[in-house]
Design a protein. Structure first.
Length: 305
């Protein structure tokens, strides 16, 4: 992806590091706000490197937690016992964080590419170089206004093994409320505290684990304020719960396995889709309603792509 409404938004990035304890996976790099003056406030990149930039700067990070570098990706901590998250994860039956297995997630074919979208197939391959999942991922940038654009992110996963395949999380393996896994966006922190907004309540305490119809992160200083508004396709993920953080790091995920594994039969699959509105400025709850219609139009096919 290059430009939408004259603004550069991102490029495909895939890095595989020699340290195989960190699984390589495609991600979206170079995501920016609509206004050039605030671009540095939300440049999103993702690296599978084991070095945590927040830790180098002295910020506290959660061991075994979500990816350390800002960006958007699809990652799962436990796919049939294989770690596709990056870094350590909690293994079922062991009261400790560990890099239990190594895995790779990589593109196996580009189906379609345009200046504003990519459509590609991916393989989720375990340590024995056996494919566990095949994925079709589609990512599009959609112009919304002079101060906002949207990232339309969808993926379909299919179990390509001959046995049932469990998609699990640290929560299902023994750590309550750590149900991350699936779509995940880690935002870049800068200066002011990041706020978490929802349609009826605000704050992590109320929205972590909720099924709110939308969720927003609001952050950045006076020089580069930003808002991210996440709107899921409720038809495909009605039961998914939000994983939210805003203190030690800022991130939002749509959980596939909040408190119980999601088990896929051989040949069975799932589909998920989230539209994220990337907006200049710090929105309040009342202001989110003004941009929600753009996301809803995209989800219903009425938006422009």
């Amino acid at each position: 992806m290059r430009r939408t409404g004259g603004v550069h938004h991102g490029r495909p990035v895939h890095r595989v590091r020699p340290d195989q304890s960190q699984p390589g996976r495609p991600c979206r790099g170079g995501l920016r706000l609509a206004a050039a003056s605030t671009a540095d406030g939300l440049t999103a990149t993702f690296s599978t490197s084991g070095t945590n930039p927040d830790r180098r700067r002295g910020h506290r990070t959660h061991a075994g937690g979500p990816p350390a570098s800002p960006g958007v990706c699809v990652a799962i901590a436990d796919v049939g016992g294989v770690n596709f998250w990056g870094g350590r994860t909690l293994v079922s039956g062991r009261a400790r964080w560990t890099c239990a297995t190594t895995a790779l997630n990589f593109t196996r074919g580009w189906v379609r590419t345009t200046p504003s979208s990519i459509d590609h197939d991916l393989r989720w391959t375990g340590p024995e170089r056996v494919d566990l999942l095949h994925e079709r991922r589609t990512i599009s940038a959609v112009a919304v206004s002079e101060v906002a654009w949207a990232l339309d992110f969808s993926y379909e996963m299919t179990n390509v093994t001959a046995l049932p395949l469990a998609l699990a999380s640290p929560a299902t393996n023994g750590r309550p409320a750590a149900g991350y896994g699936g779509f995940f966006w880690r935002a870049r922190r800068s200066g002011r505290r990041v706020e978490v907004l929802g349609p009826d309540r605000v704050g992590v305490r109320h929205l972590h684990g909720s099924r709110a119809r939308w969720l927003a992160l609001v952050g950045g200083g006076s020089d580069a304020p930003w808002s991210l508004v996440f709107v899921p396709d409720r038809g495909s993920q009605q039961a998914d719960q939000w994983f939210v953080r805003h203190d030690d790091y800022a991130g939002v995920g749509s959980s596939l396995a909040w408190d119980r594994p999601l088990v896929l039969a051989p040949g069975a699959g799932i589909r998920r889709r989230i539209v994220t509105l990337v907006v200049d400025g710090r929105l309040r709850v009342a202001q989110v309603a003004g941009v929600l219609s753009a996301a809803e139009a995209i989800l219903t096919g009425a938006g422009t792509g």
